[in-house]
Design a protein around this ligand. Sequence first.
Ligand code: ADP
Ligand code: MG
Length: 285
Amino acid sequence: NRIQGQPSSYNKKQDYTFGKTLGAGAFGVVRQARDNATKENYAIKIILKKTLNGNEKMIMDEISVLSKLHHKHIVGFKDFFESKDKFFLVTQLATGGELFDRIIEKTKFKEADAARVIYQILSATEYIHDKDIVHRDIKPENVLYLTRDEDSPIVLADFGVAKQLRTPDQIIVNQAGSFGYAAPEVLVGVGYGKPCDIWSIGIITYTVLCGFSPVRSESVDNFLEEVTAEKWVIFYEQYWKDVSLEARQFIVSMLQIDQNQRPTAKDLLKHPWITSNIKEDRGAD
Ligand code: ADP
Ligand code: MG
């Protein structure tokens, strides 16, 4: 069923039946879609070429990173194709919604539940960091539950601004990420690397344990001032009195302003707060 003179990929859209919208992104929408041949459901990120205007490399980078990742806590890559005016990125379907929505629903997580989520994010992060890939936009909107179950596994998604480093210590200078989750060194522009992902996971850990962010500032300038204080992470007694000291120490270690002082994902997976709450094996397949 190939039209002469056109790349086969131009017809691939017909291989899927498109369903409901799952989410909206910066360059288009993500829709559920069924593979007509296998009847399997997937998520397809649909990007309008005209909204990219000149930034085609961004989507190509996302594909090149995602297509080489195989881990049970990273959204699986299936296919990539295009039509005249759109790109289509087909990935494993996560039907359980965003971590973002669960935080809003539950307000806060019990420590064991929080540790289970953070463990999975750390295991995905350890895996990409071993490949010298920095995600750069780890936040609750980009962490997805595979099913609606309370204890559903999660996957890390959205490699839209992920960076493949040429060497493990390559320094990145251009800004990326989201205010509130981005590390100070990313916003200052002094050069950064893998530890920026650890900061973001620290922000998420604090947030899931008490229901609000440790960042009180609403502008970059105020934020940079806020995090320079000696003890900037504040555990308000009212909200933290029932949370273990181990959890607090775990968070403080990740939210150090000096990126070189932060533990790696590998170190954090061995932290007592994780090991005492988790009895699961590793995710690489
Ligand atoms: P953007 O780079 O524009 O933020 P994302 O890849 O984060 O795009 O997708 C936007 C939103 O679409 C996500 O936050 C999520 O709600 C939904 N989404 C993305 N991928 C999937 C997927 N594989 N399964 C289910 N929902 C998804
Ligand atoms: Mg996103």
